[in-house]
Design a protein around this ligand. Structure first.
Ligand code: DLZ
Length: 296
């Protein structure tokens, strides 16, 4: 039985990382990435799938649509997506490759963007609030006005500093202000939970981001330490009600950790920060919905 649709887009190597950055910045969930080493010189390949809650194949008969786009993405917060896109383009020196939001002939609003020359993506949203409702209540990725604490372990600092760079990149790119981000350094991952809880209890932060790296090969009682760190961070989150995102790598080797700290497997610090933003946004939406419900 049919399970899913994959739309394949071959891209030039020079554009690959830029497009990965673009779709990650917009909050697409990453799928299972793959890297195929070169069997013959020059034929290595890699793939980075991006997932969406819904996908479909649409055949159109009749008048061809005037819209010239390679990819059509339906969203629930078009103006927020436009703003995140504009910021991403600015950072990549391509501010002129985004169009203004316009009305369409099918009762919706839309804008197009060219993240790399020759590849056009159109984002759109139904104008009817009932049709444009999210599939589920979900947070978005604008960090404007949010305050964050990042707890980063010094052990395996070559990795954790990269995670920190990734986390800061995600927060700043999403609109957080540097003066609203507090960084606390702790000796090792073991110390993360207590620092995270102290920071969360101050009430001065909307979310806490925990960054560390445990390497099995170098860590005596690895399982015990890992379990306790994970439990402690979870406990702090549950007791304080402040979202804590988990950016503690648990790897067999340094090489694996490097891959997850910005080399081949994305940057888990970036992902942890994006998760924190999304959770703060979700909490705010739940609070707004509850308030609206209470007033109705
Ligand atoms: C002691 C230790 C070891 C062996 N390995 C790691 C590690 O791989 N990653 C990490 O973040 N911390 C490690 N630590 C340090 C402990 O987390 C803790 O800081 C010390 O045991 C002091 O309490």
């Amino acid at each position: 039985m049919i399970k899913g649709i994959t739309w394949i887009r071959p891209v030039a190597s020079a554009e690959f990382d830029r497009l990965v950055s673009f779709f990650s910045a917009l909050g697409f969930a990453p799928g299972r990435s793959w890297d195929q080493p070169a069997e013959r010189p020059g034929v290595a390949s890699r793939g980075r799938p991006f997932l969406a809650p819904m996908g479909n194949l649409e055949l159109i008969d009749g008048e061809p649509p005037t819209l010239k786009t390679h990819l059509l993405v339906e969203v629930t917060e078009l103006d927020a997506v436009h703003e995140v896109t504009r910021r991403w383009l600015k950072k990549h020196g391509a501010e002129d490759r985004i169009a203004a939001v316009e009305e369409t002939h099918w009762k919706s609003r839309l804008f197009t963007v060219e993240p790399v020359p020759g590849f056009t993506v159109a984002f759109w949203q139904w104008s009817d609030p009932l049709r444009s409702r999210a599939v589920a209540l979900e947070g978005d990725l604008s960090a404007e006005g949010m305050r964050f604490a990042i707890v980063v372990a010094r052990w395996n600092t070559v990795i954790t500093e990269r995670l920190l760079t990734g986390a800061l990149d995600a927060l700043l790119r999403s609109g957080a202000r540097r003066d609203q981000i507090e960084i606390a350094r702790v000796p090792g991952s073991w110390e993360i939970p207590v620092a995270a809880q102290k920071l969360a209890e101050t009430g001065a932060f909307d979310a806490v981001i925990a960054l560390g790296c445990l390497l099995r090969g170098e860590t005596a009682h690895y399982e015990a330490i890992y379990n306790e760190v994970a439990r402690g961070i979870g406990q702090s989150q549950q007791e304080t009600g402040v979202p804590h995102s988990f950016g503690v790598l648990t790897c067999e080797t340094l090489e694996q950790a490097l891959d997850r700290a910005g080399l081949k497997g994305g940057n888990k610090g970036f992902e942890a920060a994006a998760a924190a933003i999304e959770m703060v946004s979700l909490q705010r939406k739940i609070a707004a919905k509850t308030k609206a419900g209470a007033g109705a």
